[in-house]
Design a protein around this ligand. Structure first.
Ligand SMILES: Cc1ncc(COP(=O)(O)O)c(C=O)c1O
Length: 406
């Protein structure tokens, strides 16, 4: 017997976290050096230890306890909100009304965006390679999660499929939320090009011009690992949009600050209308108050401190070394995949590489027997480059190639 209402317990364990439990068990039994862990989206050094940046954690360790213990304002510290905008947009701030409300990570931002911008039964559309919590949130809130084909055969964003999905969803609905996870998409690593963003906005504007309310939720959890600045250019395109075309950006401190467990992020609203943006701020703050109350104070203060001119260099240096580590691993992966003739989705950045295959679950089961852990899905195998060293990547690709050709 269960006492919960049906939908709340329906999902079963999270696949990534349950495979991670297998990794831990295998490490305990066979020794860490005999287990390849390419599962979770957390950065690990070459010995497999989670990386926790000195610039972040030295500040936490020396922070006044009273500050750590205290409540942050519901919408987040003012300086934090200003800093988020500075970091996120760099030189690409759109010409629009913009507000920021703190959230516990990108998850909270996406949760609040879906809840406030789609009503019960309204369509929430997303590419068909997606981070599973999007769908689970929609089920929990009775929003209608629908997917469209993400990538064309030559690995471009499938704009036709996007438009068809939007138009179909709007046939009998007046509003729609579209979640796009770019740049450095999880699980594929794909990033929409500037031209693809132009097209997405054209498609959205066409619907908005017919009076539909369109809200784009842009999940940028991996943005700092998907380019050297040029990946932020697309933000500028959110200038002067129709007032019934709203953009929400989900900002996360988890990946770029190795602050996964500190639970900090923000939802940024962008609109050409002052009224729409005031409404956004009120709705996000109210949702925060009734769900988690306020964001965690310490990471907000750390972000502000790290962005100061005198400290920026310290953080930037650490971020650069993380990016270099990821790039080296990705280069090895690409080289080995080519050598073994294993097709992969082109790597643009982010924490993951992705091998499309319809046999993912079988292959992953075989890999697990050799203590190699990855994440399978109906579309293929996700490999967490963030967690795996170069030597293990060589072996991992060789074993995947072996089972794919079997
Ligand atoms: C695509 C994507 N979006 C959002 C998140 C949310 O991260 P957090 O809530 O830790 O900021 C993650 C974390 O794994 C992710 O992979």
């Amino acid at each position: 017997m269960t006492m919960t209402i049906k939908k709340s317990g329906n999902f079963g364990p999270d696949l990534a976290f349950s495979i991670n439990a297998k990794v831990k068990a295998a490490r305990a039994k066979f020794g860490k050096e005999n287990v390849i862990n390419a599962v979770l989206g957390t950065l690990a050094d070459d010995e497999g230890n989670i990386i926790a940046l000195d610039s972040v954690y030295n500040r936490l360790e020396t922070m006044d306890r009273g500050l750590i213990a205290s409540y942050a304002p519901i919408e987040g510290e003012k300086a934090f909100r200003e800093t988020v905008l500075k970091i996120l947009f760099a030189d690409n701030k759109p010409d629009a009304y913009i507000e920021v409300v703190s959230t516990p990570g990108g998850t909270g931002a996406i949760r609040n965006g879906i809840f406030s911008y789609a009503d019960i039964g309204d369509p929430v559309i997303c590419h068909d390679y997606f981070w599973q919590p999007y769908k689970k949130m929609c089920i929990e809130f009775d929003r209608d999660f629908r997917t469209y084909n993400y990538l064309t055969k030559d690995f471009k964003f499938d704009l036709e499929a996007y438009k068809a999905c939007q138009d179909e969803a709007l046939k009998d609905h007046d509003r729609l939320v579209s979640i796009i996870n770019s740049p450095g998409n999880n699980p594929t690593g794909y990033s929409l090009s500037d031209e693809e963003w132009d097209e997405v906005l054209e498609i959205s504007k066409k619907a908005a011009n017919k009076g539909k309310k369109i809200s784009l939720i842009i999940d940028v959890a991996y943005i700092e690992f998907a380019g050297d600045g040029e990946q932020k250019r697309f933000f500028k395109k959110f200038s002067n949009l129709p007032e019934n075309l709203m953009v929400l950006v989900a900002f996360s401190m988890s990946k770029a600050y190795t602050a996964y467990g500190l639970r900090s992020g923000a939802v940024i609203g962008i609109s050409s209308s002052k009224e729409v943006i005031e409404d956004f701020k009120n709705a996000m703050a109210t949702s925060a108050r009734v769900n988690w109350s306020n964001g965690v104070h310490a990471p907000q203060l750390i972000l502000v401190d790290l962005a100061k001119d005198e400290n920026k260099g310290e953080y930037d240096k650490e971020l650069l070394s993380l990016k270099a580590m990821l790039k080296e691993r990705a280069d090895v992966f690409i080289r080995e995949a080519e050598a073994h003739k294993v097709e992969m989705i082109p790597y643009f950045g982010g924490f993951f590489a992705f091998i499309p295959t319809t046999k993912a679950f079988d292959i992953v089961e075989n890999l697990e027997k050799e203590n190699i852990f990855t994440i399978p899905s109906a579309k293929g195998i996700r490999i967490a480059l963030c967690a795996t060293n170069k030597r293990d990547i060589v072996k991992l690709v060789e074993r995947i190639a072996f089972y794919m050709n079997k």
